[in-house]
Design a protein around this ligand. Structure first.
Ligand SMILES: [Zn+2]
Length: 243
């Protein structure tokens, strides 16, 4: 493992065109559970009788807004969560001009909290909310502090988080930017994702370099394609290579 970390450390030291692509595993070390994980599914099934994927779908949102917002407030939003070593390490690499973009599937704002500026949020963010009628913007506190279904204080329309629900399409501009950064990257570091969920698997195909790094606690279906595979906690990895 030491040799692998040494190699990554050397690559990172030599590059000024690193792109990071991250999934839920980046945030679990900050205490945010993966809603697709066993515990998340178990909790949701026992409390609501349906899976997290069902609740976080467009159809469910349209038909069961009370339950949707109850689930969001109780199980999806973690205002106390703090960035970990991976978030801070990535922000530092960007500040040093070495990292071009963070592409994330997470909706928790932790990269920005750590100081990252160029963050492409493929699935949107819970920290932006908007009125579905007039488009007025609201912060997360507005939703957290309202009871039941949050309504717009201007027009009374329903306010919803700017996240991509199941059955909804990804923002094409964000996707195009992600493809652009990945296709030009010198090093692509992928962390905290099993690469099973769309669009992660597809995005890798745009990478043309020879330094594809995969950091995940357990092995993934893409391990054989990577130039470097590290099965460790991602925070630990950043501690070792930047500490
Ligand atoms: Zn409105």
């Amino acid at each position: 493992m030491e040799n692998t970390l040494d190699r990554l450390k050397k690559w990172v030291a030599e590059s000024n065109n690193i792109v990071f692509f991250g999934g839920a595993g980046v945030s679990t070390e900050s205490g945010i559970p993966d809603f697709r994980g066993e515990q998340g599914i178990y909790n949701t099934l026992s409390e609501y009788g349906v899976s997290p994927e069902t609740i976080l779908s467009h159809t469910f949102f349209e038909n069961n807004k009370e339950v949707f917002f109850d689930y969001c407030r109780k199980h999806l939003v973690f205002p106390q969560a703090k960035p970990n070593a991976a978030h801070y390490g990535l922000a530092r690499l960007e500040a040093e001009g070495k990292l071009k973009a963070v592409i994330t599937q997470n909706i928790d704002n932790l990269h920005q909290k750590a100081g990252s500026r160029n963050v492409l949020e493929l699935h949107g963010t819970l920290y932006r909310n908007y009125c579905t009628v007039c488009g007025k913007r609201f912060d997360m506190d507005y939703v957290l502090n309202s009871k039941g279904i949050p309504h717009c204080d201007s027009c009374g329309g329903v306010v919803r988080p700017d996240v991509v629900l199941y059955e909804e399409s990804l923002d094409m501009d964000t996707m195009e930017m992600a493809v652009k950064y990945i296709s030009k990257a010198d090093i692509l570091i992928i962390g905290g994702t099993s690469l099973a969920v769309y669009p992660a698997a597809g995005l890798i195909n745009y990478y043309k370099g020879d330094k594809l790094v995969l950091i995940n606690k357990s092995s993934t279906a893409m391990d054989s394609r990577a130039d470097l595979v590290i099965h460790m906690n991602i925070g630990q990895v950043f501690d070792k290579i930047l500490g």
